[in-house]
Design a protein around this ligand. Structure first.
Ligand code: NAP
Length: 371
């Protein structure tokens, strides 16, 4: 008999990419589905194969939730914190699949990224683990990009600077950036074609954004024409939580015997979709650039090594090129002058796909096949 899967948070950034991907891959044929909401109580569920209800169900209705075999939540941390333990406390034995971070470091959960940790996932299912959580977006994208180096136990440490798109902060963050573009355009359009001096144009642009700062409702400062070197809350060692996740989650996913050190600075940039990362990698032995490239490109089918030249880099190593695809281009690979074991690499990945929805879609299918 087909299993019953509940979808919570399917309307948000991650949820809508997940839904789209499940439809494109014809996955809905494999199970029955029910759609939930936390706000649109009289809304209509999306038209998908094997949907069982005519209306959206209340995502806080525990009696309805306990009838499900699998729940996928892309609703966020607040919802998971409120509902997950209630369900477990009353003895719900179903599978919980989550996009948010709050269950990732729990002892009885597995962070899923099957091209990297399929064995741990399979072992976990056999042992009766019931909670599977998608990893932090930059962590998953880094592990996809540099998986071959991790698998060969070559990494001593990684220092990383991230360039994270605004959709990483959810649908509100993305809408906010679009509103900023609209606002600046309104201010600049009376002067088009650009008739004023270049400095006057710059002044209109900057002043528009600074005015808008006063009417902000999401980010603390406008992101357009700007960047914010801070993501998530402050930890007690000066890191942000986003930076802390780099090492903590990577080592959990890899089940590392020796802690691999990863640290850096996470930066929000005015890009709509896709996160980019600039890595400095210290290896534990001297290998050639060619070996480095072969190791990463043979790890999984999505990594594409980009030649270290201007044309290939500009053409293929950027967020617009990668948005909406599962490609993980890795370029700017070179040995650093610092020493023979030091490499730089730059990677881009769609944080809504490999960084969020795709590992969830894949664990759902793995579970459906295993039940
Ligand atoms: N965004 C990413 O790149 C990313 C990557 C990895 C992990 N995550 C994690 O995944 C979880 C969900 O993130 P998200 O980025 O998908 O959050 P989101 O876009 O803010 O969506 C979360 C919920 O907000 C509600 N919502 C309110 N206004 C909305 C609007 N205008 N459009 C769509 N939905 C709206 C929806 O719930 P109702 O339909 O019930 O109202 C939706 O399910 C978070 O825990 C996040 O940390 C996100």
């Amino acid at each position: 008999m087909k299993k019953l899967v509940g979808f919570v948070g399917w309307r948000g950034m991650v949820g809508s990419v997940l839904l789209d991907s499940l439809q494109k891959n014809n996955d809905f044929v494999g199970f029955h589905s029910v759609f939930f909401t936390t706000s649109q109580f009289y809304g209509i569920p999306p038209q998908v194969t094997n949907n069982t209800s005519e209306r959206l169900e209340d995502a806080y209705n525990i009696e309805c939730l306990i009838t499900l075999d699998i729940i996928i939540s892309c609703q966020g941390e607040k919802y998971t914190t409120q509902i997950y333990s209630k369900l477990r406390t009353i003895g719900w034995k179903g599978y919980w699949i989550d996009a948010s971070s709050c269950l990732r470091m729990h002892q009885d959960s597995i962070i899923v990224l099957d091209p990297v940790n399929l064995k741990s996932i399979q072992l976990g299912i056999e042992k009766g683990i019931k909670t599977f959580v998608g990893g932090n977006c930059t962590v998953s994208l880094m592990l996809m990009a540099l998986g071959g180096l991790f698998k060969s136990h070559l990494i001593d440490w990684i220092s990383v600077s991230t360039y994270q798109s605004v959709s990483g902060s959810g649908s509100r963050g993305m809408l906010d950036l679009i509103k900023q573009i609209e606002y600046v355009y309104k201010n600049i359009s009376p002067h088009l074609p650009l008739s004023k001096s270049i400095l006057s144009i710059e002044k209109i642009f900057t002043e528009s954004l600074n005015d808008m700062y006063l009417s902000k409702d999401n980010l603390k400062t406008p992101l357009l024409g700007n960047l914010i070197p801070w993501i998530d809350i402050l930890m007690n060692n000066g890191q942000t939580k986003e930076e802390w996740k780099g090492s903590a989650e990577t080592n959990k996913i890899l089940n590392s015997k020796k802690n691999i050190l990863i640290d850096g600075t996470c930066v929000r940039v005015p890009v709509l979709r896709c996160h980019s990362q600039s890595f400095t990698v210290k290896l534990n032995r001297d290998i050639s650039v060619r070996e480095f490239e072969l190791l990463i490109s043979s790890h999984n089918p999505w990594v594409k090594v980009i030649d270290n030249n201007f044309d290939s880099t500009v053409d293929q190593l950027n967020p617009l090129r990668v948005s909406g695809t599962l490609d993980i281009p890795v370029g700017r690979i070179k040995k650093l002058n610092i020493g023979k074991k030091y490499f730089s690499a730059f990677s881009v990945g769609d944080q809504l796909l490999w960084g969020a929805a795709e590992p969830l879609r894949r664990i759902l299918n793995i579970l459906i096949k295993s039940l």
